[in-house]
Design a protein around this ligand. Structure first.
Ligand code: ATP
Length: 628
């Protein structure tokens, strides 16, 4: 987690920020179309509905001419009533068609964003750990919520808006030309003027929109950093409340300023537009009147009224279309951002010819494994060891030596950069990923529980397990008595990331989870934090059944664990510098002997002094006291 000033915004947005506008290519548009394609039938219906509604909405304007000429000037009451009734009927029909259109439209756009959201979620699930360590949660959430939410708006608003406005313009212009081409030209001559100030206003609004988006990302980042459990803890621990409040307030203020500027941008431009739009009709009256009065043209008052009304009906769509330039660019930017995410390669993925063996023995081989999280910085170098099925290897070494990394590679959170890891003789990169991970149980220092009940957390490992199985696992993991002692028992909420449980309880719960999963291989990253001897022994008792008969890799911090291992690897700077049993290594001196003095020796001191009750030693070897 990064907190405080100078928070680097990560990779994927920066590229987009640099580019002033999204590049719209044929391939890009085709790609958008590919999302719309499955719904082409419904979209065709939307199109027809828009067309019908557009024509129907313009009809009353055309009928107005006849109302004036035949009804009012011709003093024909029957015609007047009939034409008015017709107008009202047509308007009603237009609105009903409009209703159908908006239903279809919403349906289609919701389906498309539904598809997109699912696809994005699936894609992100497949991203490697590298991606999640490099990207801020806030950015990911924005991508999933507001960006994909924006797609729905784009399709139901922008796309159909453009379509319906263009149709209105075309139909109205056609009707005007049919009435009188000279007056139609007069009315439309001022149209190009509309386009004049748009470019600038569009650009300003686009820049503001982008800044607002960045600002929103920043706010989301701050929120997800500081309002998370670990973030809050950090803030409280270092007394940074005031600092975080200031940081949030500043981002919030920037957002408000941008929102106001964004909403005011182009207002003056609207003043110009409004003035233009009142000049048009005046010109039509003037020239129409001149033609009618002086030239005796075949024009009626009704005709001129129709032309003026139609012209009036055109300004709205014209205005919207010009404003839509920004919506359009914004939509394209939205798709660009979404596609960028879709295009991120899934680094660790199932091989096309992935195999799923029927049985698993659990024999592990690390064969000259090299690894680097980032180029230039080699973390593991030439790590080799073999672990026959059912055996235990303990890895010890100073902090940062690469112990956890060895485990990340086994789980394929990352792939090796050199060498290979083999399970039962098959390179794990050739194994089906789900198969591989199904066969590995993991208990780390950071115990991952989600916000739910104890039962739900347990069932995450074995959804089909009944209460009897859950209980059996919890008994073995030494946590059953604790659970039933809670007022809500197995239905107790564990809180965010299990915060309502103690470290030792969480560990035993996660051991129970591994027992439920019943994998062939267990990876156990022993807690470095010193628990009291009772908690310690409760865990030790639970570890016994977990490791029994399973191939195990243990990152060991306690003497008892090291003693129980078949082989000990001493890791330093990503290399295996020593290997052997405790006795051999101790006799050999070197790093292991030093670690023994500092780390394991200290662990010994936490044992209760003579005379006090000894913790139970199940799961430990009988010889451990003598050797330690
Ligand atoms: P500890 O006992 O303190 O947990 P470790 O032996 O498990 O340490 P690793 O977590 O494997 O050490 O880390 C080995 C090295 O890799 C460290 O120097 C660390 O800085 C680096 N490292 C770990 N994770 C990443 C990552 N996601 N990106 C870049 N470097 C990393």
């Amino acid at each position: 987690m990064q907190t405080g000033m100078g928070r680097g915004r990560t990779g994927f947005l920066t590229e987009e920020e640099k580019a002033d506008r999204p590049k719209i290519t044929r391939a890009f548009l085709l790609r958008i179309l590919s999302y719309l394609a499955p719904y082409w039938k419904q979209m065709l219906l939307v199109l027809l509905a828009i067309l019908a509604a557009t024509v129907l909405r313009l009809l009353p304007s055309i009928l107005a001419g006849r109302i004036i000429d035949e009804g009012l000037i011709g003093r024909d009451l029957n015609a007047l009533v009939f034409l008015i009734a017709l107008s009202v009927g047509v308007t009603l029909l237009a609105n009903l068609v409009g209703l159908l259109e908006s239903y279809l439209n919403t349906w289609v756009s919701e389906q498309i964003s539904f598809d997109m959201r699912n696809r994005m979620f699936r894609h992100l699930q497949g991203m490697s750990q590298r991606f999640f360590t490099a990207n801020q949660q806030g950015d990911l959430i924005t991508r999933m919520t507001s960006d994909i939410g924006g797609v729905q708006q784009t399709i139901s608003g922008t796309f159909t808006g453009i379509l319906s406005n263009v149709l209105t313009l075309v139909v109205a212009a056609a009707a005007m030309f049919r009435k009188n081409w000279i007056l139609a030209l007069v009315g439309l001559v001022i149209v190009p003027l509309f386009a004049l100030p748009t470019r600038r206003a569009g650009k300003t609004r686009w820049t503001l929109t982008r800044e607002a988006q960045e600002s929103q990302d920043e706010i989301n980042g701050i929120l997800s950093e500081t309002l998370s459990v670990s973030g809050q803890l950090l803030v409280k621990l270092f007394g940074r409340e005031a600092h975080e409040e200031g940081r949030y307030e500043e981002a919030n203020r920037r957002m408000v300023r941008l929102n106001i500027r964004q909403s005011m941008a182009g207002r003056w431009f609207r003043v110009v537009l409004n003035t233009f739009s009142s000049i048009g009709p005046m010109l039509v009256y003037l020239i129409g009147g001149f033609l009618m009065i002086r030239k005796g043209a075949d024009l009626t008052v009704g005709d001129i009224t129709v032309l003026v009304t139609l012209l009036g009906r055109m300004y709205g769509p014209m205005n919207s279309l010009l404003n839509m330039q920004v919506d359009w660019i914004r939509s394209m930017a939205l798709f660009t951002r979404i596609f960028e995410y879709f295009d991120l390669p899934q680094e660790v993925r199932n091989a096309p010819d992935a195999v799923t063996p029927r049985t698993t023995r659990g024999e592990l081989v690390y064969d000259q494994v090299d690894f680097a999280y980032e180029p230039q910085r080699q973390i593991l170098k030439d790590v080799s060891f073999s672990l026959p099925a059912g055996r235990t290897v303990a890895i010890v070494g100073p902090s940062g030596a690469g112990k956890s990394t060895i485990i990340h590679l086994l789980l394929r959170l990352y792939d090796v950069s050199g060498g290979a890891i083999r399970l039962d003789g098959v390179d794990i990169r050739r194994l089906d990923l789900a198969y591989l991970r199904r066969n590995i149980g993991l208990v780390t220092q950071d115990t991952y529980l989600f916000n739910g009940t104890i039962r739900e957390n347990l069932q995450y490992a074995a959804p089909e397990a009944d209460d009897a199985r859950l209980e059996e696992a919890c008994r073995k993991a030494n946590i059953h008595d604790f659970i039933v002692g809670l007022p809500q028992g197995y239905d107790t909420q564990v809180g965010n990331r299990g915060m309502k449980l103690s470290g030792g309880e969480k560990q035993r719960l996660s051991i129970a989870r591994v027992l439920l999963k019943d994998p062939a291989i267990v990876v156990f990253d022993e807690a470095t934090s010193s628990l009291d001897s009772i908690a310690e022994s409760l865990i030790q008792q639970a570890v016994g059944p977990m490791l029994a008969r399973r191939t195990s890799i243990v990152i060991a911090h306690r003497l008892s664990t090291v003693l129980a291992a078949d082989e000990i690897l001493v890791l330093q700077d990503g290399r295996v510098v020593q290997r052997g049993t405790h006795a051999e290594l101790l006799a050999g001196g070197g790093l292991y002997a030093r670690l023994y003095e500092t780390q394991f020796g200290a662990a010994e001191e936490t044992r209760p002094p003579a005379g006090q009750p000894e913790p139970q030693k199940n799961g430990r070897r009988p010889d451990e006291r003598e050797t330690g």
